[in-house]
Design a binder for this molecule. Sequence first.
Ligand code: CU
Length: 146
Amino acid sequence: MRGARLARPVILSIIGLIFVAGCAAGGGTVKVALQEWSVVPDKSEVTAGSVVFEVTNDGPNDVHEFVVVKTDLAAGALPVDANGVVDEAGGGMEVIGEIEDVEVGASGTVTLDLAAGSYVLLCNIWSDDEQEAHYQEGMRIAFTVK
Ligand SMILES: [Cu+2]
């Protein structure tokens, strides 16, 4: 009997804690269009927490990728190699997550736990045929997590 009497307040407390945790959680969903030559998120900032990036390649011609970098460097000032491709192991930045090789018309999703800070969203494809780094063509944009 004693156990049964205790059970209800305990269950209500647990439900309450889950509710409070859910309300406190930040994050959200960011839709991102990749295209020649830009990365276009539908918002420029989110609150810290679990962030879902829903990424679509709008082309019109090239395969793209989506890379999330945490950095205090400006979007156009990341460390690069001789071809202008971002050195993903370079100093002053950290790759948090990515979606590789999104075909034209295709979509991909990545969910990342993001801390407050400054980020850059970019495409780091190097095209051998065209001898061009998509990052240098303009596929990069600053993004803020508050
Ligand atoms: Cu690209």
